[in-house]
Write a protein that binds this ligand. Structure first.
Ligand code: ADP
Ligand code: GLC
Length: 488
């Protein structure tokens, strides 16, 4: 048996303590999957003001503080300890000035102006905390730009420190669209050497890039689906990082995310009105009825309830839905939307709710329970993303017998297969081009099939039978960790 590994997970989100999207789901679930495989895994997370209100776990003060160099000051990091499901230690890196705020990254659609300092502090504190408690990780798994400086510190600041001599890094790209690019002065804030500010280093078009630091200095790179891995190597989806990624192509892997079936299983979901599974679908009808009541909607039995549970950002293809809203509503469907984000989108949907009262309802908030009830109670989940690194909601929808109508990009292309009524195979409906007419076509096909009970049941059972659990992905990551460590 290969030896168990010591793993540190560094990320800005971890469900249930902090989440704005799929990053939180992944970083709350993957460490648990690694724990189940017998590894010693620990997490670090900023101690946001909201942490204590979201998690049910107890939070202990370790009584320890660290002094972290950020620019010309040395702010203190107060460390608290909690656990993921009472199993995986999660250290909260606290500093009220940086993290005692309402939002994770910003408020009212605007980023905090000092996000560079906040995440310089977080990355450096993560490493200093390992030293303080003598936890020598074999692997530091860094997620997205907020953790991007960790590999840079190891290669540029701690390179001669015997403590980290055997530590390797793996950086996962969850979304290339968020890069953490800041002013050059960040170099001094971060205490990183000026010599590293060049095109093969920290510089990105004259600015300092957290994401690029992760891409350049980590030992291995992954992203969250095989399709997205291919897409980001090309200019169309590379967000100008395709050149850097090309140079690291041989060390870049696509590992599809999993689903945490302890959180997302209609047979045991505490958030929903009635349990169901693929052999007992009555509960799904109850969930639909309850959802319509909760959202004040009236939708004929023969017509599907279509839903979106999404960050309201350009990435999610909201423009297509906004521009085609009247035409979508002509389809005589019910539509439910749960989302927060861009204030312009929020204003648009709030207005439509009045215009289409009874047929369209939206909740412009972050509401975990309602997300579950919508995914359980709707018939179709719409995801017309411009790009989608993996996408978790469509994977949840599959398990809940809710049929994805999705644009076939990134992880959506890898997880939603077009239904063919002749063969009875497939799990949803895809369209390729980012145009309203194709979205409408797919929606119409889905909606038409919905009225036809036998093939529809077949379709939803296909989806419900998919096994997209974390075990596969967790094992793939372990294989990559060992590769980085050059272990068999
Ligand atoms: P992304 O990470 O790009 O936002 P994913 O599909 O990977 O997209 O993950 C989205 C996650 O965030 C899912 O768990 C989804 O249920 C959740 N989510 C998104 N918006 C909301 C919201 N307004 N309220 C509750 N959960 C939400
Ligand atoms: C990102 C992506 C999403 C992915 C999630 C978790 O936020 O937008 O597609 O599922 O990260 O990896």
């Amino acid at each position: 048996m290969a030896r168990p590994l010591k793993i540190l997970s560094v990320a800005a989100e971890a469900h249930p303590f902090a989440k704005t999207g799929g990053l939180g789901d992944v970083c709350g679930a993957l460490p648990l999957a690694h724990h189940r495989l017998g590894h010693d895994v620990r997490c670090v997370l900023p101690h946001y003001a909201s942490v204590s209100t979201h998690g049910k776990a107890t939070i202990q003060n370790t009584g320890r503080t660290l002094s972290i160099p950020v620019g010309i000051s040395n702010p203190q990091a107060a460390i608290h300890l909690t656990h993921l499901q009472n199993k995986v230690p999660l250290y909260l890196i606290g500093n009220d000035f940086y993290f005692g705020r309402k939002g994770l990254y910003g408020e009212g659609g605007t980023d905090y102006p000092d996000n560079a300092s906040r995440f310089v502090f977080f990355c450096r504190a993560a490493l200093e905390w390992c030293k303080a408690i003598g936890f020598q990780p074999d692997i530091i798994h860094c997620h997205d730009w907020q953790a991007g400086l960790v590999p840079a510190y190891l290669k540029l600041v701690y390179q001669h420190d015997p403590f980290f001599k055997n530590t390797r890094t793996l950086f996962t790209i969850h979304n290339l669209g968020y890069q953490g690019n800041f002013d050059v002065s960040t170099l001094a804030l971060a205490h990183l050497p000026a010599q590293a500010f060049h095109t093969q280093g920290l510089e990105f078009h004259g600015r300092f890039s957290f994401l690029k630091a992760g891409l350049v200095y980590s030992d291995l790179l992954t992203t969250v689906s095989k399709r997205y891995r291919q897409e980001i190597l090309l200019a169309e989806n590379g967000f100008h990082m395709e050149g850097v990624l090309q140079t690291r192509k041989d060390n870049l892997y696509g590992v599809l995310n999993g689903v945490d079936y302890e959180e997302w299983d209609p047979a045991s979901d505490p958030w929903i009105a009635a349990p169901f599974d693929r052999d007992h679908l009555n509960g799904k009808a109850v969930c639909r009825k309850t959802l319509l009541e909760e959202m004040n909607l009236t939708v004929p039995q023969k017509k599907p309830v279509v839903s979106m549970v999404t960050r309201l950002s350009w990435q999610k293809g909201i423009d297509l839905v906004r521009d085609g809203f009247a035409q979508i509503m002509k389809e005589n469907i019910g539509l439910v939307l749960l989302g927060v984000g861009d204030p312009a989108y929020e204003a648009f949907f709030a207005k439509q709710e009045k215009r289409y009262a009874g047929r369209f309802a939206c909740k412009l908030a972050f509401d975990e329970g309602l997300a579950h009830r919508i995914i359980a109670g709707s018939d179709i989940l719409l995801m017309p993303s411009v790009y989608e690194p993996c996408g978790l909601t469509q994977m949840y929808a599959l398990r809940y017998g809710t049929v994805p109508v999705a644009r076939s990009v990134g992880g959506l292309a890898d997880t939603v297969k077009n239904f063919n009524p002749d063969t009875g195979r497939g799990t949803g409906f895809n369209f390729r081009r980012f145009e309203l007419k194709y979205l409408l076509q797919s929606l119409r096909t889905a909606s038409g099939l919905f009225a036809n009970r036998t093939p529809w049941r077949r379709l939803i059972r296909n989806g419900m039978s998919q096994n997209l659990s974390w075990e596969r992905a967790a094992t793939e990551y372990i294989r990559l960790y060992r590769k980085a460590l050059r272990e068999p």
